[in-house]
Design a protein around this ligand. Structure first.
Ligand code: UDP
Ligand code: MG
Length: 135
């Protein structure tokens, strides 16, 4: 079993899609190890998105991710990091495969419903940032 870090973003939380997304998590064989509803501070957002600090949309991302509550989760499954990325679909919901979370619940490349760690290194870093007491 592997852990990954997942997040239901403020757009999906405010549209009341959390339950549908959590249902997909469970129906696709992930165990929910931890789950919290939180607000991110600007500082927390800067830490989460540190790898994107030089991208042109950085400030927009920070404003969006701090705009409302989000749901953070630790998910466990065999090969969880890749499996969760596959279930998310492409970053741009209009390019995400049918049946993926972003295709079903995302509305734009910025408001794309959910997040998932993209590598073991980033998963370790994101899990440590949000769930420092884990393991
Ligand atoms: N993003 C954006 N505009 C872009 C590219 C990305 O607003 O042109 C946002 C989007 O919400 C994405 C996040 O920045 O989920 C992180 O980008 P990344 O390329 O890491 O995509 P992801 O790993 O989330 O698929
Ligand atoms: Mg990414």
């Amino acid at each position: 079993m592997q852990n990954t870090f997942a997040m239901i973003k403020p757009d999906a939380v405010s549209k009341k899609y959390s339950g549908k997304i959590i249902d997909m998590v469970e129906q696709n064989g992930f165990d929910i190890v931890r789950m919290h509803k939180v607000r991110l501070t600007k500082e927390g957002a800067h830490q989460l998105y540190a790898i994107h600090k030089d991208r042109p949309f950085f400030n927009e991302m920070v404003d969006f991710i701090t705009s409302g509550p989000l749901i953070i989760m630790v998910l466990a499954k065999d090969n969880a990091i890749q499996a969760w990325r596959d279930l998310l679909g492409a970053t741009d919901p209009s390019k995400a495969a049918p049946g993926t979370i972003r295709s079903m619940f995302g509305s734009s490349i910025g408001n794309n419903a959910a997040h998932g760690s993209d590598s073991p290194e980033n998963a370790a870093q994101e899990l440590k940032l949000f769930f420092p007491d884990l393991k």
